[in-house]
Design a protein around this ligand. Sequence first.
Ligand code: AMP
Length: 575
Amino acid sequence: MLLFSDVASVFEEIEKRSGRLEMTDVLATLLVRADAAEIGELIYLLQGIVAPPYLGIDLGVGERFAIAAIASASGYAPGEVEKDYKKSGDLGDTAEALLRKRKQTALSTTEMGVEYVYDAMLRLAKASGPGSQDAKIKHLTELLNNASPIEARYIVRFVLGRLRLGVGDPTILDSLSVAKAGDRSMRESLERAYNVCSDMGYVARTLYTKPETIQSFHVQPFKPLMPALAEREDSPKSIIARLGRCGVEMKYDGFRLQCHKLGEKVELYSRKLERMTDMFPDVVKEARKLKTEGIIFEGEALAYDKKKGRYFPFQQTMHRRRKHGIEEASIEFPLNLFVFDILYLDGADMTGESYRSRRAAIQRIFKGKVLQPSQMKLVRTAKELKVIFDDAVSKGLEGIMAKDLEAHYTAGKRKFAWIKLKKSYGKAVDTIDGVVVGYYLGRGQRAEFEFGGVLVAVFNPDSGKLETVAKCATGFTEDEMVSLRETLEKMKTAKPPPNLEYNIEVDYWVEPKFVVEVAFDDITQSPNHTCAMSEGKGLALRFPRMVKMREDKTIKEITTSDEVRRMFELQRAKS
Ligand code: AMP
């Protein structure tokens, strides 16, 4: 049995390191000691979750409850806990400090194994209904009564959703491979397994019980896949240069849905892998009617504006559903789901098939109106591609998606299997998706909103670091400023994200979770930013402005530093 105290001391060790290789080795020494019955739980704890996201089991413990539990476990008054928290800026540190000076000792303490701690967290997360708040405090107090000061530090951070060890999924996957194979040789198959089921606990359990099946890990209904991501090019010519003859689909600005069906049971998931089944009863009803026993498919859902004879864009589609109620909205604003991929069919994993044959299956299966194939044409030349692109834009769509006919479905990866060409093509402006890592208080005219803009970062998958690319202070409506500040205020942290490379300060750091789409005129080099840093200068967006809050996107989907670098090079080549 792995003791939680051992886990906590490895966490402490990891916090002192910053290099990914070092962290991998330290973590592997822990993973190697776990047995098959506890490895899944240990992985969830490391990820700072109690279950994969699509099960919707969130911890939901607010600071107030944590303060109450720390108070009763340490014997200090809640006011004293708060006072220490004001100084430390981290309730985990406060719990540790106060438990060190504990005014009372628990009558008996249990030695806590990983499973014990995990089960307690799960009970805490699942407590709901009347009296659940008290139950949460009670569970947490019990845990803290049994905990050493160091254990308490991590338990408190965990329940608040602020574990922040700086080990991301890639590092955990590396460590699993090192723990089992002694090196990184299993890394690729582990990553694929994770990308097709989005449940690293499950992958780790499989690795510890049936390691031989990891190599041929299959897609399964009701375990959503991480969505495949698109690369970008900036002209029809460059797309054809890359793909040659390809399939060109309309790019719909809707809500991406992954639909799983087995027999009568249907579930829908968002691109963030949240369960969305209850939001789209119209899609569920149609999916049930499909003449296949088991299927997983993906598409873009859009509401139709009968008056204008056009589709509503994404933001409006969702707004209407919230405002008018789900059932009413599905009658008044009927939805279409444009199916653009199929990932599983009657027991067969389709992700290894070519796009060409997946597309043939789509044409065969989807004949209805609500669920219909996305529009697709085969093209050979840049000229043909441009005609389709212009047609898409004239219809008010976002652009096109060009698809490699021979490519597999690359779950969770950004590959040139899909290439987007957006409306911005040919214009000076372009956009990136970045994550907010901090924000500024308003000054001058903005003072009344207490909001002066955000610091935005992109991701460097090679180093696992977030790198800043823009300080974005315009493009917000007044309402957006108010709501953004409220959202960010809840995500405030005392320290910057542990994997952030930065050269400028902010008024407040936040958990790197909130994704925004930022438009800009061009890219320049600046010592203030750290994106694709070379010779002391990073890349920075010029005249950055907020286009959209992308609440539908996760940090996994943000633009990479390498993409920004390529955009910079394209821009240089043009001028
Ligand atoms: P972007 O969010 O700009 O990176 O573009 C990728 C997104 O476009 C995907 O995640 C889908 O939600 C959406 N999309 C719209 N139409 C299509 C299509 N025909 N094929 C694939 N993705 C599409």
